[in-house]
Ligand binder design. Sequence first.
Ligand code: GLN
Length: 193
Amino acid sequence: MKKIGVLSLQGDVSEHVSSMEKAVKRRELDASVEAVSSKEKLKDVDALVIPGGESTTIGKLIHIYGLAEVIRGLVDEDKPVMGTCAGMILLASRMEDNRYALDLMNLDVERNAFGRQRESFEKDINIKGFRGKYPAVFIRAPAIRRTWGVCEPMAEVDGRGVMAKQGNLIVLSFHPELVPDTRIQELFLGLLD
Ligand code: GLN
């Protein structure tokens, strides 16, 4: 049985667990989904989701608990990792104002690029390879300023990048765990061998 972990330090962890469980059922996979925060549990996952929340807080906690090396190890082993919103910020290579960026993707990210909390919005967007629009929810969302090399842009809103894929790493500015549509989670699960 495959184990899918949702990094549980801060942010919307339970929503990710339940939406991923729904996608696992739809795909009829033999997989469990659980919130993980200890080094031991994190080492043991076959795929990891880094949720939205407050990137500075999550980054600080990753640092305090010594989890950066474990996350790097998962990426080195080519295990699928998905970062949403704050999770995208943390996987990026470069960004202003976040010394906790893990520098795992060829991605330059701008925090709060679409405005503050009250400028949060929902928009039907086109995603590369998806049939029909996807209902994306943006909450104090970051944007992708630039990707390079093997990092592939997957979606944009008003000329700003909101989704990218680099091998088995996927990042999104928006929140797939908050909508009934599970196509993003299923795309992610499709990366498990
Ligand atoms: N703006 C937040 C940050 O910089 C991310 C928002 C989110 O994850 N919903 O951490």
